[in-house]
Design a protein around this ligand. Structure first.
Ligand code: MG
Length: 255
């Protein structure tokens, strides 16, 4: 990516939102498909699970629904395939089946380039925040093991915090609130231009954009770039490694 492209994307964001300048303080990272190479497992398990319950959800389509709550995805497919939503009991059974299948999958690796990027981001003085729809109980342990000394418990938004989930802006609004609370933003000086979102999923990009935040898409899956750009992503990289390699330019223009 050229400096001109980055500069243009930032200019466009500032003009649209009416800010004078970026003033980056915290970077909000999605987890699945950004920090961990886990989306293949999720997509595979969704496909197998829905087939087990007599419904159809192709793996590629699972990437389109990434970020939705489990119930949201199940009801969408149920409505399409059976003409009605799933009962609460069905939702629980289907989601349990999917979770059990997922737990049997080989543990997803850290996304190449992600740790290096996070370390450099932190060194530059920008605070990393995690915003995920995931509700795995061992989440913090797993993050600390794979990204030592990068994240803090107070600066994490998970499935336990949110009501709506992506594409609703709520998770990212909550990420900003947690950061504001953490730094003690009593005078409410922090606005969305003090933040950035890093997302791999179309619905995640939608959520970041809806929260008014400059959103960087990282296309780590099988979808065309346009699936992310059409949701309003401000910049797009094709991998976390590429983003990591270009980080100095990007952070430079966002500060
Ligand atoms: Mg993701």
């Amino acid at each position: 990516m050229t400096e001109e492209q980055i500069q243009k994307a930032v200019r466009q964001y500032l003009d649209e939102k009416g800010y004078d300048r970026m003033n980056l303080q915290a970077a909000m990272f999605d987890m699945d498909g950004v920090l961990f190479d886990s989306m293949r497992n999720h997509a595979h398990c969704w496909h197998e699970t829905m087939a087990h319950f007599g419904m159809e959800l192709p793996e590629w389509e699972a990437y389109m629904h990434e970020g939705r709550t489990g119930a949201g995805t199940i009801n969408l497919v149920s409505l399409r395939d059976r003409g009605h939503e799933a009962t609460e009991e069905e939702v629980r059974a289907i989601y349990r089946y999917k979770s059990e299948l997922f737990n049997k999958c080989p543990k997803a690796e850290r996304m190449p380039g992600a740790y290096e990027l996070l370390v450099k981001v932190k060194e530059s003085g920008v605070v990393p925040v995690v915003v995920t729809g995931s509700g795995q109980v061992s989440l913090l342990d797993r993050l600390n093991r794979n990204f030592p000394d990068v994240f803090r418990k107070e600066l994490m938004v998970t499935a336990f915090d949110v009501k709506y989930g992506k594409p609703h802006p709520e998770p990212y609004l909550m990420g900003m609130d947690k950061y504001k609370k953490w730094v003690g933003d009593a005078n409410k000086k922090l606005t969305p231009n003090h933040f950035v979102v890093v997302e791999n999923a179309p619905l995640g990009v939608q959520a970041g954009v809806a929260a008014g935040v400059f959103t960087i898409a990282v296309n780590t899956g099988p979808l065309p770039d346009d699936a992310l750009l059409s949701q309003g992503a401000n910049l797009l990289f094709h991998s976390m490694q590429e983003f990591c390699d270009e980080r100095e330019k990007v952070i430079g223009y966002l500060r």
